[in-house]
Design a protein around this ligand. Structure first.
Ligand SMILES: [Ca+2]
Ligand SMILES: [Ca+2]
Ligand SMILES: [Ca+2]
Ligand SMILES: [Ca+2]
Length: 366
């Protein structure tokens, strides 16, 4: 897997979390985190994210992935949770999580995200992908960190590499429970081949009906991000990358914004922004940007990078400005090197019924 494409999506929240911790404490201004049981080549820090506030103490927390950690099996992976501290001493609360029933090659921690409060108990929850085992896990927050005994395993038959991408999606359907998006992708050399996107709709207790297919189109789901409310209708919206889309040339790429709404995901519609140049991999990275122009609509940032072998060459970022008519491309702000993205019509999502959410006990170590 490549490191650069995820940086745009992953760095912002954790940098903000660290900045916040640093701002509260006069010293230190910089906090270096590392695994207390660090081993070589564990890829600690490949994935990282602001975790929200999992222990509801008013301080933001941080989650770091180490998907090649081999303590639980060769390349089984691990993730580390750090609770925010007014002193800035995040390391003292380190909690190491591993995949329940871990096996070698699970790559647990290849993607990590703050999930928001998926079960409505007042504690934010964690989402961690294990694409080597085509699974993702929700770890519910509690007053001391996360509840290992209430871990939920998310799988979808036929979706290889589920958990390659994970993102807190906000509340897509307006029911008061935070929702989570999962991408399913397999990596082969410098190519990333995706199978689609699954969304977990938050609920007080997870069941089969809470996990739904958002899109099962081949290629979708290499990058995901909750955006906030881009069209101002009161429902959170979701960004989905399709870096290998070839609508305007091989691997030109595209990004889709799924508009949240009441009811099933099958009723959701989306907006597609495409890129005019072959090889740009538009949508290789993306992020919710907040409301950059203070007009009340959330905005989004999209990256485009040509990936070739071990080389990654990026040529700019597009910011799409939110708007009530959903025609965000009409109001885009691009870097000078980037052309204006082309919008295309929405398409109806497919639905399949073989996704599962299983309550299970997990294992942990410190
Ligand atoms: Ca906290
Ligand atoms: Ca919760
Ligand atoms: Ca919801
Ligand atoms: Ca919306």
């Amino acid at each position: 897997m490549h490191k650069l494409p995820r940086l745009l999506a992953c760095c912002l929240p954790v940098c903000l979390a660290l900045f916040d911790a640093a701002a509260i404490a006069a010293e230190p201004a910089q906090i270096k985190l590392s695994a207390s049981d660090a081993t070589a080549n564990a890829e600690y820090g490949y994935a990282l994210a602001g975790a929200g506030d999992v222990n509801a103490d008013g301080l933001f927390d941080v989650v770091v992935g180490a998907h090649l950690d081999s303590a639980a099996g060769v390349d089984a992976g691990a993730a580390y949770l750090y609770l925010g501290e007014e002193t800035g001493d995040l390391a003292s609360s380190e909690l190491k999580l591993v995949e329940p029933d871990a096996t070698g090659g699970g790559l647990f921690g290849a993607a990590v995200a703050g999930a928001g409060d998926t079960d409505g108990d007042g504690y934010d929850d964690l989402a961690i992908g294990a694409p080597g085992n085509s699974a993702a896990y929700i770890f519910p927050g509690n007053s001391t960190g996360v509840s290992i005994d209430r871990t939920a395993k998310l799988t979808a038959d036929g979706m290889s590499g589920l958990g390659y991408a994970v993102a807190g999606a906000g509340d897509l359907n307006g029911d008061g429970f935070a929702d989570v998006a999962l991408g399913a992708c397999l990596v082969s050399g410098s190519s990333v081949n995706c199978d689609g996107v699954v969304v977990l709709l938050g609920a007080s207790s997870l069941g089969r009906s809470d996990l739904q297919i958002l899109a099962d189109s081949a290629g979708l789901g290499n990058a995901l991000a909750g955006t906030g409310d881009v069209d101002g209708d009161g429902y959170a919206d979701l960004l989905v990358g399709h870096r290998n889309a070839s609508g305007t040339g091989a691997n030109s790429g595209s990004v889709r914004i799924w508009w949240g709404g009441a009811g099933d995901l099958a009723d959701f519609t989306d907006f597609t922004a495409t890129d005019p140049a072959a090889g740009d991999n538009f949508g290789v990275s993306l992020a919710g940007a907040g409301d950059v122009n203070d007009d009340g609509f959330a905005d989004v940032a999209l990256g485009a990078c040509l990936v070739s072998g071990s080389s990654v060459n990026c040529d700019g970022v597009v910011v799409l400005l939110g708007a009530s008519d959903r025609n965000v491309a009409a109001r885009n702000r691009s870097s000078s090197a980037r052309p204006k993205p082309t919008p295309t019509a929405s398409s109806a999502p497919a639905s399949r019924a073989w996704v599962t959410a299983t309550a299970m006990a997990s294992t942990t170590s410190w």
